[in-house]
Design a protein around this ligand. Structure first.
Ligand code: SF4
Length: 920
């Protein structure tokens, strides 16, 4: 029998609460108890728990603490995957799954014993560094330290400090430009066959897709005239290998780099896996041919970590820093968001600890950093420059194209997979917003930390101290910028706005923005939700405040410009002390400066327009962001009416070949796919380009594997009926339901009314924005337990890739109408003059959402299930969103429950059997 740790254990789910004594007390019995009893027991003695914040939320007692097995797991097995549920923990440790809730406390004791036992084992792979780390954790009074101390022996030789153990990246020569090669269609097919493997089924759709993709790698005939291909590829045609075949062939022949850009992390993970068919893990010289590249805010900044370990963090965040340091030593790439750092680790510590360890604010000091040669971000950037394939996301590809540090490293052959998201990604990347939060970030970047903040964060003067002392004019420019930046908002600005006591010209402007937004918003949003108003007919006070703020911003931009010029001069006429590292640091500083100068210029342009005539290319509005009954930002926003215009200029024009592909690239109305619409949204017409188009239909048999059920008897706005429908559908399908909502408020209400009852029936229900768990981990939990169900909002409509039985029913709370925001209204008005008109514009958005949500259901040939929409008045014209052949049935909830309970196809089979029996 597996040993148990001699400590009491507590488990709380929506179905109840269970306590188990330490094994030495009365043989260690498990008993159900009240929430109050559990809280008292936890206050008395440290209890073994799994995911303390989740247990705390189940008990309704936020201050709960104890010995969290997830923290122990993160210490013993850093960088190892574990689904943070009793079942997931059991799997990760090779223990027997608990059969029911009351068996969980015993599992916790056994898991504790297994983890502690591992520390004594000679096979413990992650021993290195553990003893030193435990000494620091003991000083921080980490509750596990006392338990672990007797089991981790002191190493004979002193352990290397993390920063000494990490490998250094090596400088590589710049890559030559790619050779011009033309891929033959037969060669592309041959490569595809190699990648799919011998004996693999020959799929004509995939071959056709692959041949088409090969065309984007052809040499360009004219400058600024890239090859552009729009390829619609139905789910299941195997498009990933379809484009990796020509991409790998081209990379090999030309010596160039192909970028594949995705919208979701799931696809990045999948691509990484699939790419192993085309490329080895490492080349002969040890360099990786395939690199996953993310925005710098995803990676651990070693300098921030060092600072946190040396006193920058205290209390619980300091414990987090120690556990992150353990992970950093074993991580494959230092990616903290979606990499091998468990997604749940940050949420165990509640505050924004993880974010503070990344380089969120662009404070990197590049070669001035003692860890520069080991930096994860620098390593990944350098590896990408030498790679054959870079896997990135839409936002990063656009940011890199717009303001990449190194022009030669900008992507020129790009496959945008999940291409239906390119518009939204461009919409946010090319937008500008002068908000309080953005402005205070700029102030901190220039001025440095405010009195109350801890840690190493430093202002411009400290970061460029050597330049300031060497170059007098540069020093003066820094001083002037720091002085002028005092005009930006500072800590406490939101409170001062609420009290109508703004400090400085930018806060004064934001106060006017806030007043006007409250005065004019008519969206009917309840307190707690964001409000907004257009920038027309603005009050004189606001326009005047905008003028003052614009002057203040210009006064910051001028010295920054001057400083940039001085840095250039220092580089050109380099002093003796400026070695290679110093040069790299100054180049880095120039790059960061250029970005801030552009930001200030964009803000000034935004303010200059207020009160003047509207620019038809842009949509401007004022907004107060609110959530959970408090304001968190106030500002002025500007979006492009058509963000594909800057996309075309910045991304398409300099590229040589670009492909946009997705299962839902085109809208589909009754007359078939709308290619003109897809072409218009690709950005190509802004360059007078006519892209090639291709279509490969899904090989899935939707007619027999899926049913669309439109439930017509749930009244809109009736929360009790909505909750009842969800809970009965979950019961009928025995879990495995993905519930999609357009409003968090309704999702919370449904979860609150149903979770306990379902849990008592052994059907766990999780929800985004309710459970203190990040979305990626929620999806892992859902995937791992076929009886679990998950409720969520937009992010889940695209981000969930759960093939198999775990997802067998998708339920949408209603028709997903677009939110009538000011931006939406402007785009709708612009569409009124286009074919299809404003109504067609809305229909396209809804159909696209329905198609994406439906796409969650059938991920593989073996999948089957129901797609349920709770909508009394679902317009027939929207039905073309579903794949041709998928049966659509309008019915009552009772009828839907029957169909869901019987499973897809079962009724038809029963009907067919009946018919056969009748004819005999
Ligand atoms: S080089 Fe920059 S991002 Fe990297 S560790 Fe140093 S400060 Fe952090």
């Amino acid at each position: 029998m597996t040993a148990a740790l001699p400590l009491p254990a507590l488990h709380a789910s929506h179905a109840g609460t269970w306590l188990r004594d330490a094994p030495q007390v009365a043989g260690g019995a498990t008993r159900g108890c009240s929430k109050g009893e559990a809280v008292m027991a936890a206050a008395d003695t440290p209890l073994l728990l799994l995911n303390a914040p989740l247990v705390a939320s189940r008990l309704g007692y936020p201050d709960l603490s104890g010995l969290d097995l997830l923290e122990l797991f993160a210490f013993v097995h850093p960088a190892k995957f574990c689904v943070p549920t009793p079942k997931g923990l059991a799997h990760a440790l090779g223990l027997e799954e608990p059969a029911s809730d009351d068996a969980v406390p015993l599992l916790l004791q056994r898991a504790g014993a297994a983890l502690v036992g591992m520390c004594e084992s000679p096979d413990w792979a992650e021993r290195e560094g553990a003893w030193s780390s435990l000494q620091s954790l003991a000083r921080l009074r980490w509750p596990w330290a006392q338990v672990l101390s007797p089991h981790i022996r002191q190493p004979e030789r002193a352990e290397k400090w993390l920063f000494a153990r990490l490998p250094e990246w090596e400088e590589a020569p710049e890559r030559a430009q790619p050779q011009q090669v033309l891929l033959d269609e037969l060669e592309v097919e041959g490569q595809l066959e190699r990648l799919t493997g011998e004996g693999a089924e020959r799929r004509e759709g995939q071959r056709q897709f692959s041949r088409g993709a090969g065309g984007i790698f052809a040499p360009r005939d004219k400058n600024k005239r890239p090859h552009v291909l729009l390829a619609q590829a139905g789910t299941g045609i195997g498009k990933t290998l379809g484009y990796l075949a020509p991409a790998s062939l081209w990379a090999e022949r030309s010596g160039g780099t192909v970028w594949v850009s995705t919208y979701t992390k799931n696809l990045q993970r999948q691509l990484r896996q699939e790419s192993t068919r085309a490329w080895p893990a490492a080349r002969a010289d040890g360099s990786p041919p395939v690199v996953v590249r993310k925005g710098r805010e995803n990676y651990l900044c070693l300098l921030n970590l060092e600072d946190a370990l040396q006193g920058g963090f205290s209390g619980r965040p300091a414990v987090l820093a120690q556990l992150v340091a353990r992970w950093a030593a074993y991580s494959s790439d230092g990616d903290m968001i979606g990499g091998d750092l468990p997604g749940w680790l940050g949420t165990l510590f509640r505050k924004r600890g993880i974010a503070a360890l990344t380089d969120q604010r662009g404070e990197c000091i590049y070669a001035g950093c003692p860890h520069y040669r080991k930096c994860f971000i620098e390593r990944s950037a350098r590896a990408a420059a030498q790679a054959d394939l870079v896997i990135a996301n839409h936002a990063l590809v656009m940011v890199n194209a717009a303001r990449g540090r190194d022009i030669s490293g900008r992507p020129t052959r790009i496959v945008f997979d999940e291409g239906h998201h390119v518009f939204d990604a461009a919409d946010s990347i090319f937008a500008a917003g002068l908000t309080g939060n953005e402005a205070i970030e700029l102030r901190r970047w220039i001025v440095g930390p405010e009195r109350t903040s801890r840690g190493r964060r430093r202002g411009l003067a400290a970061r460029l101290a050597d330049v300031a002392s060497y170059d007098e004019a540069g020093g003066e420019a820094i001083e002037a910028a720091v002085e002028a930046a005092q005009a930006l908002p500072s800590e406490g600005w939101l409170g001062r706005l609420a009290e109508a006591m703004p400090a400085g010209p930018v806060e004064a402007l934001l106060a006017e923005v806030r007043t006007t937004t409250y005065a004019r918003d008519e969206s009917g949003q309840e307190a707690g939700y964001g409000i907004e108003t257009e920038t027309a007919q603005l009050p004189g006070e606001l326009v005047e405040a905008a003028g003052m703020a614009a002057q203040a911003l210009a006064a910051i931009r001028q010295p920054l410009l001057k400083l940039s010029g001085r840095l250039e001069a220092v580089l050109e006429d380099a002093p003796d002390w400026l070695d290679g590292q110093g040069r790299a640091r100054i180049e880095g500083a120039r790059h960061s400066l250029a970005w801030r100068i552009d930001l200030l210029a964009a803000w000034e342009a935004l303010l200059a327009r207020l009160g003047g005539p509207a620019d038809p290319d842009f949509v401007d509005w004022l907004a107060v962001d609110r959530g959970d009954a408090r304001e968190f930002d106030v500002g002025i926003h500007r979006h492009w009416l058509d963000p594909m215009k800057p996309f075309a200029k910045v991304v398409l024009e300099p590229a040589h070949g670009v492909m946009l592909t997705s299962a839902t690239l085109t809208d589909r109305d009754e007359s078939g796919p709308d290619w003109p619409g897809a072409i218009a949204r690709s950005g190509a017409p802004h360059l007078d380009l006519v892209p090639r188009t291709a279509q490969s239909d899904s090989p899935f048999d939707y007619a027999s594997r899926a049913e669309v059920l439109i439930v017509t008897d749930i009244k809109r706005g009736d929360i009790a009926a909505l909750a009842g429908a969800y809970s009965r559908l979950i019961e009928a399908s025995d879990g495995g339901v993905l519930g999609l909502f357009t409003a968090i408020r309704r999702m919370r209400a449904v979860h609150g009314r149903t979770a306990d009852r379902l849990a008592r029936a052994g059907l766990p229900l999780y929800a985004q924005h309710v459970d203190p768990i990040d979305t990626g981990t929620l999806t892992d939990i859902f995937r791992d337990d076929p009886r679990a169900s998950l409720l969520g909002t937009d992010a889940l409509r695209d981000g969930v890739d759960v093939p198999g039985r775990s997802l067998r029913c998708v339920v949408m709370e209603s028709t997903p109408w677009p939110r009538p925001t000011i931006l939406h209204r402007a785009r709708r008005a612009a569409a009124a003059a286009q074919p299809g008109g404003a109504k067609g514009f809305d229909d396209r958005i809804i159909r696209s959402r329905l198609a994406q949500a439906f796409g969650r259901l059938i991920r593989s040939r073996e999948d089957s299930g129901h797609f349920v929409v709770l909508s009394a008045a679902f317009p027939t014209r929207l039905l073309s969103a579903f794949p041709p052949g998928a049966p659509v049935i309008r019915l009552t909830l009772e009828q839907a429950l029957q169909r869901v309970a019987q499973g897809v196809g079962a009724q038809d089979m029963i009907g067919a059997a009946q018919q056969e029996a009748d004819t005999q």
